[in-house]
Design a protein. Structure first.
Length: 260
């Protein structure tokens, strides 16, 4: 990539984070395994009995089958975003890990690239674990549902890049509450996660379609239900464009923060 000093050495940063993760994997495995159970019980069973069936992509589906793919999309967003905000900030500011890596032949661009790739990898790991649990309820349509793994990588790259941009401009770790409240929470609620977007006013639907999680939910839902359509391809293009724009911005932002 022109203007960026990136070689295959960024893999070393990814490997370093993987080695740390392997030491705490037993704890890290718990949320992706239990989260879908809690949500499916609360929303799928509890609220699902009140909602009943609904229409999606020309088919009638149960409410539990409707929200299950959205839970995967939410996990993709949160895993990548939190890894490249709170976790990356700790490695950068408190642990001084970035300083140690920059004392090696690694460039800053390679360090940030490795961090973003690791954030996306966390999304893939979480997705794989959630798929195991959700498939036990018969809510995934195979073999199309296997495409959720590359979808998690694409969505993970998008939200990992967004998280790293926040890290580049956030002065203290407490300030992450702002993007969490203003960026993540609205998407969690209004991106077609728990109800169809058609239930929103026309202006709110336009706003929702500008949010990346809306397209990630659409992508995950179409793959999970085996209903690949033109909207699926549009979601892939949107997330790809989001990643292509935010990834270099994340590197530029971290350069400005770390290089005086």
């Amino acid at each position: 990539m022109t203007g960026f000093a990136i070689s295959s050495r960024f893999i070393r940063v990814w490997q370093r984070n993987l080695q740390v993760y392997r030491k705490t994997w037993k704890i890290a495995f718990v949320p992706p395994l239990l989260e879908p159970l809690f949500y499916l019980a609360a929303f799928g069973i509890g609220l699902g009995n009140l909602v009943g069936a609904l229409s999606y992509a020309g088919m009638v589906t149960g409410y539990t089958a409707f929200i299950a793919p959205a839970l995967i999309a939410i996990n993709i967003m949160q895993s990548a975003f939190f890894e490249n905000t709170y976790a990356s900030f700790v490695r950068m500011f408190y642990q001084k890990t970035f300083d140690a890596m920059l004392a090696t032949p690694l460039t800053l661009d390679e360090v940030i690239t490795g961090e973003i790739l690791w954030g996306a990898t966390k999304s893939v790991i979480g997705t794989a674990l959630m798929m195991v649990i959700i498939s036990l309820f018969g809510l995934l349509h195979f073999p199309q549902a296997l495409l959720l793994l590359p979808a998690a990588l694409l969505g993970g790259l998008a939200f990992a890049s967004a998280g790293m941009i926040c890290t580049a401009i956030t002065p203290t770790i407490e300030t992450f509450n702002l993007p969490l409240f203003l960026f993540i929470t609205p998407m969690f609620l209004f991106s077609g996660t728990f109800f169809p977007l058609e239930n929103l006013p026309a202006w709110a639907q336009l706003v929702a379609h500008a949010l990346p999680l809306t397209h990630l939910v659409e992508l995950c839902r179409s793959l999970a239900l085996g209903r690949i359509s033109q909207a699926t391809l549009w979601a892939i293009l949107y997330l790809g464009a989001w990643s292509a724009v935010l990834f270099p911005l994340a590197i530029i932002g971290m350069r400005r923060r770390l290089i005086r």
